[in-house]
Design a protein around this ligand. Structure first.
Ligand code: UDP
Length: 320
């Protein structure tokens, strides 16, 4: 099959591209390099069946042509990272809402399958863990910019489901739960690359809030494996699907584990949310996926433990 991957030079997109090429598929990437990086795909240049275009999804003639040439579209181009979202809310909302709008519009012409990348962030402040796809979304008030991300992704989901219901455009919506692994940058605030970089540099490891908030991290190769099986599963069409890992860890325990596994002598420094992000910042206390749906669709079982992930990321940063 030939896939168009918008945001293909990003963290998840570049891993998906690599795996698809290795399996003999063709890959077209459309990425404006706003948060992606050419370094992520440099090793793919020249491979048979691989083409990339440094441009935005807002270049609609190009987008339409690339969709036409593809069997499936993975729409991963988006503003991501809590730090970026808090600092650039206009960019976040415009990119996430408009990008999905144009991708769905052009995919609809020839009814090309579209996979929409959504996020566990849409569950918001809900404490009803594990989160099921039909759980309520509990977002904070609009002056708190963090929630603009969840809201923009929720609009993407509504629009994709509307296209499926009204126009029979095949769509699959995937909600990613803290996907991590080699190549992820800490530049936009993601915790694991930040902790690993700090630990290896012997700098204080910065835990925001009281460190009691928890997350469950998923290795990017588990995510890529699930995506490739989902696009071959007709029952996935028209569904919202969690992809994650249920192994939960508090951010304080994560900081300690990164320090231990890297053999670092870094101290752990608590930083209040107001200083780390913005005044009145609201975090999610816990985030654990219910994986019943993805398991029943494709027999998904995450293969990588948190220690595997941390060991690989530490190794990646050391080599870098
Ligand atoms: N975090 C932290 N130190 C950092 C970066 C993040 O303590 O240097 C915390 C952040 O406040 C959140 C958790 O780690 O509670 C996960 O943050 P991330 O931005 O990776 O993802 P999120 O789950 O918030 O989308």
């Amino acid at each position: 099959m030939r896939a168009l991957i918008t945001g293909g030079a990003g963290f998840i997109g570049s891993h998906l591209s690599e795996t698809m090429l290795a399996q003999g598929h063709d890959v077209l990437i459309l990425d404006n390099l706003s948060t992606g990086s050419i370094d992520n795909i440099a090793h793919l240049k020249g491979r048979p069946g691989f083409e990339y275009f440094v441009d935005s999804v807002n270049n609609e003639p190009l987008l339409a042509e690339l969709i036409d040439r593809s069997d499936v579209v993975f729409h991963f181009a988006a503003a991501v990272g809590v730090k970026l979202i808090v600092e650039q809310p206009v960019h976040t909302i415009e990119t996430n809402v408009h990008g999905t709008e144009v991708v769905l519009k052009h995919a609809n012409k020839k009814k090309k399958l579209v996979v929409i990348a959504s996020t566990s962030e849409v569950y918001g402040k809900s404490d009803d863990v594990p989160f099921r796809e039909d759980s309520d979304l509990v977002l904070g008030p609009t002056p708190k910019h963090r929630w603009a991300y969840a809201c923009s992704k929720a609009i993407d989901e509504f629009l994709a489901l509307a296209y499926w219901k009204e126009r029979k455009l095949p769509v699959i919506i995937v909600r990613f739960f803290n996907t991590v692994g080699p190549r992820q940058t800490g530049q936009y605030g993601m915790v694991i690359p930040n902790f690993v970089r700090q630990a290896l540099a012997g700098e204080p490891i910065t835990v925001f809030g009281d460190g009691k908030q928890s997350r469950s991290f998923t290795h990017v190769s588990d995510v890529v494996g699930a995506l490739l099986r989902l696009v071959c599963e007709p029952r996935a069409i028209g569904q919202v699907i969690n992809i994650g890992n249920t192994q939960e860890v508090t951010i304080m325990a994560l900081a300690e584990r990164v320090r231990d596994l890297s053999g670092s002598k870094s101290t752990i420094k608590i930083i209040p949310y107001d200083v780390a992000y913005e005044s009145g910042f609201e975090d999610m206390p816990r985030r654990v996926p219910d994986l019943t749906r993805v398991k029943s669709l494709i027999g998904y079982e995450p293969k990588h433990t948190l220690d595997d992930i941390l060991t690989q990321v530490i190794d990646y940063f050391r080599r870098k």
